[in-house]
Each structure stands twice: as C-alpha cells, then as structure tokens.
Write a protein that binds this ligand. Structure first.
Ligand code: HEC
Ligand code: HEC
Ligand code: HEC
Ligand code: HEC
Ligand code: HEC
Ligand code: HEC
Ligand code: HEC
Ligand code: HEC
Length: 242
C-alpha cells in the first residue's frame, strides 16, 4: 500500500469527526423538531410585542374616516401605512397617539414620478407640483382627489381683476393681453401665461395708425415714452394718462 493512502484516510477521519463535533455544538436544540427550522423560533416570534393593530380595529372609534377611506381612491392604503404601527394606541387611545404625517415626503413615496410605476398610476413631480405646501392642504388624505380648480382668472388674481374692472381698460379681457394655457389654472407656478413683451403690442390699439376704435386715445409709437416699455409708466391693469 502506498504510504499516502493512510495519511489521506487520517485527514478524512479528522474532517468527519470535526463535522459531527461542530454540528452538536452549533445547531440549536429544537432544530428539526417540526421541520427544517428551529422549532423554538415560533415562541420567540410570538413573544414580540404586537405593533400593528390592523385597519379593522380603527373603525370602531374612527368610523367616519374609515368609511371615507373605504370608499375612496385610497381604499387600498391601510391606516397604519400612513400613521405607523398603532396597536399601542388602540390599547390606550388617550395616552398614546399615532403619528400624524403632514410632511410631503410620505405622499411622494408613492406618488413621485417613476418609470417603474404602473401606467395610469397618479404621479406628480414634487419639485414643480405646488411646492412649499403640505399635500393635505389640497388633497384630503382619507379620500384624495385632484381638487377642482377655479376656472376664472379673478378667483386667484382678485386684486388685478378688481383694478381692471374700474379702469380705462375695463372693457378688455385678461385674454386680450395674456395667453393663459389651461394647465396654468391647475399648476399655476409651473405653467405660466404669456405677458406682453414689446411696445408694439400696446400700439395695436394706441398707435396713431392703429385700426382700432376711434374713441381710443392715440400716441406716436415711435417717439412717445421712448426708450421705455409702456408699462414702466402706465400700469396696464389701471392705465392713467397722467
Ligand atoms: C378605542 C378607540 C380607538 C381606536 C380603536 C383607535 N383610536 Fe385613534 N384615537 C382615539 C381617540 C380617543 C383619539 C384622540 C382624539 C382627540 O384627541 O381628539 C384618537 C386619535 C387618533 C389620531 C390623531 C392623533 C393626533 O395627534 O391628532 C390618529 C391618527 C388615530 N387616532 C389613528 C388611529 C388608527 C390608525 C387606529 C387603528 C389602528 C386607531 N386610531 C384606533 C380612539 C381610538
Ligand atoms: C394616505 C395616508 C393616510 C391614510 C391611509 C390614513 N390617513 Fe389619517 N391622516 C393622514 C394625514 C396626512 C393626516 C393629517 C391631515 C391634516 O393635517 O389635515 C391624517 C389625519 C388623521 C387623523 C387626525 C384627525 C384630523 O383630521 O386631524 C385621524 C384620527 C386619522 N387620520 C385616522 C385615520 C384612520 C382611522 C385611517 C384608516 C381608516 C387613516 N387615518 C388613514 C394620512 C392618512
Ligand atoms: C402606500 C402608497 C400611497 C401613499 C403613501 C399615498 N398614496 Fe395616494 N394613492 C395610492 C393609490 C394606490 C391610489 C389609487 C391609484 C389608482 O386609483 O390607480 C392613490 C390615489 C391618490 C389620488 C387620486 C388621484 C386621481 O387621479 O384620482 C391622490 C390625489 C392621492 N392619492 C394623493 C395622496 C396624498 C396627498 C398622499 C399623502 C397624504 C398620498 N396620496 C399617499 C397610494 C398611496
Ligand atoms: C396647492 C394645492 C395642491 C398641493 C399642495 C398639492 N396638490 Fe396635487 N393636485 C392639485 C391639483 C389642482 C391637481 C389637479 C391638476 C393636475 O393634475 O395638476 C392635483 C393633482 C394631483 C394628483 C393626480 C395626478 C394625476 O395625474 O392624476 C396627485 C397624485 C397629486 N396631486 C398628489 C399630490 C401630492 C403627493 C402632493 C404633495 C407632495 C400634492 N399633490 C400637493 C393641487 C395640489
Ligand atoms: C388657481 C389659481 C389661478 C388661476 C385660476 C389663474 N392664475 Fe394666473 N397665476 C396664479 C399664480 C399662483 C401665479 C404665480 C404668481 C407668482 O409666482 O408670483 C400666476 C401668475 C400669472 C401671471 C404672471 C406670469 C409671470 O410669469 O409673471 C399671469 C400673467 C397670469 N397668472 C394670468 C392669468 C390669467 C390670464 C388667468 C385666467 C385665464 C389666470 N392667471 C388664472 C394663479 C392662478
Ligand atoms: C392691456 C393689457 C392687459 C390686460 C387687459 C391684462 N393684463 Fe395682466 N399684464 C399686462 C402687462 C403688460 C403685464 C406686465 C407688467 C410688467 O411686467 O410690469 C401684466 C402682468 C400681469 C401679471 C404679473 C403680475 C403683475 O401684477 O405684474 C399678472 C398676474 C396679470 N398680468 C394678470 C392679469 C389678469 C388676471 C388680467 C385680467 C383680470 C390681466 N392681467 C389683464 C397686460 C395686461
Ligand atoms: C385691445 C385694445 C387695447 C390694447 C391692446 C391696449 N389698450 Fe390701452 N386703452 C384701450 C381702451 C379701449 C382705452 C380706453 C379708452 C376710453 O377711455 O374710452 C384705453 C386707454 C388707455 C390709456 C389712457 C388712460 C387715460 O387716463 O385716459 C392708457 C395710458 C393706455 N390705454 C395704455 C395702454 C398700455 C400701456 C397698453 C399695453 C400694455 C394698452 N393700453 C393696450 C384699449 C387698448
Ligand atoms: C416715460 C414714461 C412713458 C412711457 C414709457 C409711455 N408713456 Fe404713455 N404717457 C406718458 C405720460 C406722462 C402721458 C400723459 C402726457 C402725454 O399725453 O404725453 C402719457 C399718455 C398716454 C396716453 C394717453 C394719450 C391721450 O391723448 O390721452 C396713451 C394712450 C399712452 N400714453 C399710451 C402709451 C403706450 C401705448 C406706451 C408704449 C408704447 C406708452 N404710453 C409709453 C408716459 C409714458
């Protein structure tokens, strides 16, 4: 017999014995009692304090909110997704209050634009979508809907509309001088209307040779007020000739 065979056999025997020693030292007692896992793990898990109550628990005391949510776009979003674990609150409602998440971060977690979201899922760009205001200021978190925005310019630009209404320009509409895209009413800071940029714009009514009502006072567009734009001297929403 070549002498390396007993040497290899000895190494093999040591490895097998080592394996059994390690197994008896390292494998937990109850391993394998119920399956390929540590049976005692069940007791450890059961012993964890209960943190989540489940949304059914909330209905008893918060029925209006629960019914509102169940009928809303957020019917799939459970109370504790937003308010955090609330089992302690259910056990002791007056002493322990769940978090009331008013920061924008919470909503952005689900509603920020992402190509990985399903098509049609309502998404916004939180940088341009009405920043500096909490989402709940415009959307009811328990029954969210895109709010209906006012259609009239005067609803948001009341002061300008009031001034215009009693000015020499009372007969002009906002649309005469501003082109306001529909989206401006929904997302006013991100989508802006146009503003007149040149003297010639006012000249369409006020230039000496303009084809407008004769009643409208005329100026010599080439010399009057040069080199300034008209609204440096005349406030366009309340123009005065003095
Ligand atoms: C046993 C009744 C009861 C149950 C069940 C209950 N609540 Fe309340 N909850 C209350 C009371 C009472 C208040 C305090 C109302 C107040 O202060 O005006 C409250 C307040 C709250 C508040 C507001 C905290 C604040 O700071 O204003 C939230 C959020 C809330 N509960 C969420 C939940 C959620 C989520 C559940 C279900 C997991 C739940 N509650 C279950 C009784 C209950
Ligand atoms: C999508 C997140 C979200 C879900 C889901 C949600 N809430 Fe709220 N909840 C909020 C936010 C945000 C506020 C703060 C509203 C505010 O500041 O006007 C709030 C406020 C509250 C308040 C305080 C009362 C008030 O109007 O100030 C209670 C109570 C409450 N929620 C209970 C619940 C219960 C019960 C459920 C489940 C039926 C639930 N919420 C589901 C986000 C959520
Ligand atoms: C856990 C994820 C989640 C969170 C957090 C969440 N939402 Fe939603 N939201 C949804 C789901 C799901 C829908 C329903 C989508 C659908 O109908 O396709 C929805 C619908 C909406 C809609 C309706 C849009 C439409 O076009 O009808 C608005 C508005 C909305 N959420 C605002 C909010 C606001 C504000 C908050 C924070 C208080 C918030 N969401 C937090 C998941 C979430
Ligand atoms: C100043 C009021 C205002 C605030 C604050 C606001 N929104 Fe909106 N939101 C609107 C209006 C108006 C619309 C409908 C027009 C539009 O689609 O832009 C809308 C639409 C939405 C929609 C539906 C988009 C779609 O394509 O169906 C979602 C989702 C939404 N908002 C979520 C949010 C979230 C999340 C926040 C906070 C990070 C927030 N909003 C803050 C006014 C607001
Ligand atoms: C929902 C509210 C709302 C409505 C409706 C609305 N606006 Fe605005 N508008 C705003 C806000 C907010 C701003 C930004 C003001 C700022 O940033 O100082 C703005 C800005 C403007 C500006 C200035 C743009 C700039 O670049 O300086 C013009 C012009 C304007 N709006 C015209 C209109 C006209 C015309 C209408 C009607 C077709 C209208 N708006 C309807 C809210 C509204
Ligand atoms: C005769 C033309 C004219 C009409 C009509 C008019 N605007 Fe203007 N508007 C202007 C001009 C020009 C400016 C630019 C002023 C500047 O840059 O100083 C302006 C600026 C604005 C601005 C920017 C903020 C400000 O005060 O400078 C808003 C907002 C605005 N207009 C809203 C309106 C609304 C709303 C109406 C209708 C109620 C309206 N405008 C009607 C010519 C007009
Ligand atoms: C669509 C035509 C039209 C446009 C465009 C127009 N205006 Fe006028 N403007 C009028 C009318 C109409 C009057 C009033 C005439 C009257 O009193 O009967 C008037 C009056 C005036 C007056 C005289 C006020 C007074 O005290 O008598 C001034 C100044 C004036 N506009 C400046 C401007 C400026 C600046 C612009 C450009 C931002 C402008 N207008 C654009 C139609 C227009
Ligand atoms: C440097 C300041 C200034 C500028 C810029 C200016 N104006 Fe005037 N505008 C005046 C003054 C001051 C008066 C009144 C005295 C006069 O009639 O010259 C006046 C008067 C007017 C009148 C009334 C004329 C009448 O006969 O009653 C109209 C209309 C007018 N301006 C339109 C415009 C238009 C349109 C522009 C731009 C093309 C413009 N202004 C630019 C200062 C200015």
């Amino acid at each position: 017999m070549p002498q390396q065979v007993p040497r290899l056999a000895a190494v093999f025997a040591v490895a097998v014995i080592g394996l059994f020693v390690a197994r008896s030292l390292l494998v937990p007692d109850t391993f394998g009692d119920l399956g390929h896992y540590r049976a005692a793990a069940i007791d450890t898990i059961v012993a964890h304090p209960k943190e989540y109550a489940g949304h059914q628990e909330c209905t008893m005391c918060h029925r209006p909110i629960a019914e509102q949510r169940a009928a809303s776009n957020h019917r799939g979003v459970r109370c504790e997704v937003c308010h955090g674990p609330a089992a302690a609150h259910v056990a002791n409602p007056l002493e322990i209050k769940p978090a009331v998440p008013r920061e924008r971060d919470l909503c952005v977690l689900c509603h920020a634009y992402s190509p990985s979201r399903p098509t049609g899922f309502p998404q916004i760009d939180s940088v341009t979508h009405n920043p500096r205001m909490p989402c709940a200021g415009c959307h009811e978190p328990h029954a969210p809907e895109p709010p209906v925005t006012p259609r009239e310019c005067s609803a948001c630009h009341g002061q300008i509309a009031n001034q215009l209404a009693v000015s020499h320009h009372a007969e002009l509409n906002c649309g005469t001088c501003h082109e306001a895209p529909k989206e401006h009413r929904d997302n006013p800071r991100a989508v802006r209307p146009t503003k007149p940029a040149e003297r010639s714009f006012c000249g369409t009514c006020h230039a000496a040779d303009a084809r407008s009502s004769e009643r409208i006072p005329r100026i010599d567009l080439r010399s009057h007020g040069q080199p300034y734009v008209c609204w440096q001297c005349h406030y366009p929403h309340y123009p005065e000739a003095r």
